[in-house]
Design a protein around this ligand. Structure first.
Ligand code: HEC
Length: 261
């Protein structure tokens, strides 16, 4: 009994030491760039590197098993490369690729840091904040969208593709990229035209309502807006099906986590 108790105590102590060691190593080697506390939404735009919460959030979203996550972190810190990044490409564009820490931290220390951050992050608080931001973004898109069925129901596939454009794990060939850009260009110019017409009509509708003018012209204009939105929705659906036909099953599967939830 005594032996078991002392063994358990030793394990508990080792775990605590290990954790505090992880915390200390993290602070020493990573905190100059990565914020270690949970960021508030207003702080996020001022950061010079993604918060550790966000880094681990994306790693867990993109990589399936724990061992592979650990390997990814250890490799990335030593050999960072834009094509390896699992965060959205705009992170790398915004911050520049992380400088390599090769020689500044040992493999053993890195292992401890990786284990520690995978345990600690992301916090429930951060996950619910991200969900709220995403919901707000979706609401904004819903309000601004010229589509009848929009982000709520259909993925914005060109945007998702651009966010993942140069990722080695997605592996878009030059031929695929060229084809996808043609689809994007065609879609954007068609939608832009409709968007302008919708905006003009909506303004007229508001004026009619505010000035309490006759309702017949109002009905006509509302119907016209609905028709334009239906047209834009068809263009959107075409864009999705054309883009999907250019991609392989594996590539689509890779993009799936980004299709909003
Ligand atoms: C000198 C600044 C700096 C230091 C120090 C630093 N990082 Fe980074 N890190 C960055 C920047 C900037 C990015 C975002 C760009 C990128 O992903 O390469 C980043 C991104 C990452 C990513 C995300 C990779 C992805 O998918 O894009 C991981 C993982 C990471 N850092 C881990 C660490 C760990 C662990 C440490 C400490 C051992 C550390 N970093 C120290 C600047 C730094």
């Amino acid at each position: 009994m005594k032996i078991i108790t002392s063994t358990l105590l030793t394990i508990a102590l080792a775990n605590t030491l290990f954790a505090s060691n992880g915390a200390a190593l993290l602070k020493k080697n990573c905190a100059t760039c990565h914020m270690l506390e949970t960021p508030s939404p207003d702080i996020i735009p001022t950061l010079k590197a993604p918060a550790m919460e966000a880094v681990v959030f994306h790693i867990k979203l993109a990589i399936k098993d724990k061992v592979a996550m650990k390997d990814f972190i250890i490799d990335y810190v030593k050999n960072p490369q834009a094509s390896k990044s699992v965060c959205e490409s705009n992170k790398v564009e915004k911050f520049g690729v992380m400088p390599s820490l090769k020689g500044k931290i040992s493999d053993k220390e890195l292992h401890t840091v990786a284990t520690y951050i995978l345990e600690k992050y992301p916090s429930d608080e951060f996950v619910s904040m991200i969900k709220e931001i995403q919901t707000n973004d979706k609401m904004r898109a819903l309000v601004n969208s010229p589509f009848l069925i929009n982000q709520e129901g259909l993925p914005h596939i060109t945007k998702i593709l651009l966010q993942n454009w140069d990722k080695a794990s997605l592996g878009l060939s030059d031929e695929q990229k060229n084809k996808l850009l043609v689809v994007r260009k065609k879609t954007l110019s068609a939608v832009k035209k409709i968007k302008q017409e919708v905006a003009a009509l909506e303004e007229e509708i508001i004026e009619i309502v505010v000035d309490a003018e006759e309702s017949k012209t109002l009905d006509e204009k509302i119907e016209k807006v609905a028709k334009l939105k239906a047209q834009a929705t068809k263009i959107h659906i075409n864009c999705i099906s054309e883009s999907v036909s250019i991609l392989s099953d594996e590539q689509l599967e890779h993009l799936l986590p980004f299709w909003g939830s």
